[in-house]
Design a protein around this ligand. Structure first.
Ligand SMILES: [Zn+2]
Length: 330
């Protein structure tokens, strides 16, 4: 690369980041790959010795959701190292997720597919927990579990935190039977391989939504609640503006009732994420996503375990549990 092209590329990256910040949109991709090199992830993970100063509320105060357990699930994922789609580390995580979900007594389906990406075909795998209900209708919860393709990026918050929350929700919900079915999706391939676009992003959720459409399940989904970047010590959740307003209200009112208005704020911003795959097919959807634009570590190697709070995980988990309860009562 010539120095002129380097300069042009830097300018393009700067404009892209600036535009993303101004628009508040989730301009994903590996734009910051030109950033100075960072210490290896193991160093970052190892330097986090004392877990967290902000202890989570005990499970009997959160409907059973165990923030410490969720924190340990983030640590476990980080221990596999960077987990981009198609990597050996992600295969290890897939095995781990399936073993965990099985140990909770969950019924689990997997869907392996090849995704055509700008760097060629990548094998991906969606994982879907199905908890049956008494009446027709499905409440869908979801997260992605792959991490951004970037050296030394272990994605503790993106997407270790939301994957941990969904694991903990599965542990609590799999033994239960509600009015409606609850399905919990673990999407592969949310992250862009090169630059975030309609065709280079959300591979797993696009695959699952298309599959649900072809087999007729898409119309049965009453609501889709997506979690992403939900475990930060300094997390703030803003109303995501492309989400279905009624569902945003349901989640934010639930959070307010539980006393979490200081974290679930009434400001709004916009994010492109896995909920778009379902919104485009008419499914009411909400993206509960931390304010990644301002967290200071999004899509950098600093997204490490020391950024994660067991308390934030417990709050997110409780809000999801209570929101599911609200939806089950409708
Ligand atoms: Zn990401």
């Amino acid at each position: 690369m010539t120095s002129l092209s380097k300069l042009l590329r830097r300018m393009a990256v700067f404009l892209c980041v600036l535009a993303g910040a101004l628009a508040g949109c989730k301009t994903k991709g590996n734009e910051s790959s030109g950033a100075p090199s960072q210490p290896p992830f193991m160093t970052a993970a190892a330097s986090t010795a004392p877990q967290t100063a902000d202890d989570p509320p005990p499970p009997d105060k959160t409907g059973g959701f165990d923030g410490k357990r969720a924190f340990a699930q983030v640590a476990k994922q980080v221990s596999f190292g960077p987990r981009p789609s198609g990597s050996q580390a992600l295969a290890h995580l897939q095995e781990y997720l399936l073993a965990e979900l099985k140990s909770y007594g969950c019924f689990v389906e997997t869907d392996s597919f090849g995704a055509d990406t700008p760097i060629g075909r990548i094998s991906m795998k969606n994982i879907l927990v199905k908890i049956s209900g008494e009446q027709p209708g499905i409440i869908l919860l979801g997260t992605h579990y792959d991490t951004l393709l970037m050296d030394n990026f272990v994605g503790a918050d993106d997407a270790g935190s939301s994957t941990a929350v969904m694991l903990e929700l599965a542990r609590l919900l799999c033994p239960q039977k509600g009015k409606y079915a609850v399905w919990i999706a673990f999407f592969d391939g949310e992250e862009a391989v090169k630059h975030w676009s309609e065709t280079d992003s959300r591979y797993g959720s696009r695959q699952m939504a298309a599959r649900f459409s072809s087999i007729g399940d898409i119309k049965k989904i009453k609501a889709f609640l997506l979690a992403d970047i939900v475990g930060g010590r300094t997390a703030r959740f803003l109303r995501e503006s492309s989400s279905t307003p009624g569902l945003v209200d349901l989640v934010w009112n639930t959070a307010a009732r539980l006393g979490y208005s200081a974290i679930f704020l009434n400001e709004s911003f916009s994010a492109e994420d896995d909920h778009d795959s379902f919104l485009k097919r008419g499914v009411p959807s909400v993206d509960v996503i931390g304010d990644f634009v301002n967290n200071g570590y999004w899509h950098t190697p600093q997204d490490s375990l020391d950024k994660i709070s067991a308390k934030t995980l417990a709050i997110t988990g409780r809000v999801f549990l209570e929101s599911v309860k609200q939806l089950q009562a409708k």
